[in-house]
Design a protein around this ligand. Structure first.
Ligand SMILES: [Zn+2]
Length: 198
């Protein structure tokens, strides 16, 4: 039996389709790597495109951020930025739901307030989520003060003469300096200020 050109074409199409179905995982992995390589090679171009898109779609993006889904994604980016690691989307959803539904600090049981907000406590070595805590509890969990008065916290120092804790940071050529009587006030300010800048 001699196949027509049409039939040959159809056979080839079916063979390719079967191959793709059989090697789905492998091909996905290859595509993923290709995309990664492309992103690495075209960093500048991608950034330029993204900046332009963000500039031209300010209102649209703002509306999107204010939806539940948008808030979830913003939170996700912020946690990632702070070093929280999750293995799967399901794990992230579990953590996020626990965060959303938390009404009281899981350590001291206080209710969250405007100043003492809820935040994520994670192991800084492994990136693994531990608890949903109030800021004050989270600060105590995280921060160790070393003997020679150096705080171990970036941007916070102690001025012996003034007997004050100082938070100082330069951003966009502007220096922000704040003075506090207590160390914990400086840490709480740092947390809130830096989180508001993300
Ligand atoms: Zn607490």
């Amino acid at each position: 039996m001699v196949l027509t050109a049409e039939q040959k074409k159809e056979n080839k199409r079916l063979t390719n389709k079967r191959y793709r179905e059989k090697n789905k995982e492998k091909l996905n992995e290859i595509n993923r790597l290709k995309a990664k390589l492309y992103r690495e090679k075209n960093k500048e171009k991608i950034k330029e495109y993204r900046d332009k898109y963000q500039k031209n779609n300010k209102e649209k993006l703002k509306k999107k951020r204010e939806t539940d889904e948008g808030r979830k994604n913003t939170r996700k980016a912020s946690w990632k930025h702070h070093g929280l690691i999750w293995e799967s989307e399901d794990e992230y959803n579990d953590i996020y739901n626990r965060y959303l539904n938390s009404l009281r600090c899981e350590k001291c049981s206080c209710e969250y307030t405007e100043n003492n907000k809820k935040c994520m406590d994670h192991d800084h070595n492994t990136g693994k989520f531990r608890n949903v805590l109030c800021i004050a509890c989270n600060v105590v969990t995280d921060v160790k003060i070393s003997k020679n008065n150096r705080t171990g916290v970036v941007n916070i120092s102690y001025n012996k003469k003034q007997k004050k804790w100082i938070y100082a940071k330069i951003k966009n050529n502007k220096k922000i300096t704040k003075y506090f009587k207590y160390f914990i006030q400086a840490v709480i300010f740092k947390r809130e200020y830096e989180e508001s800048q993300i």
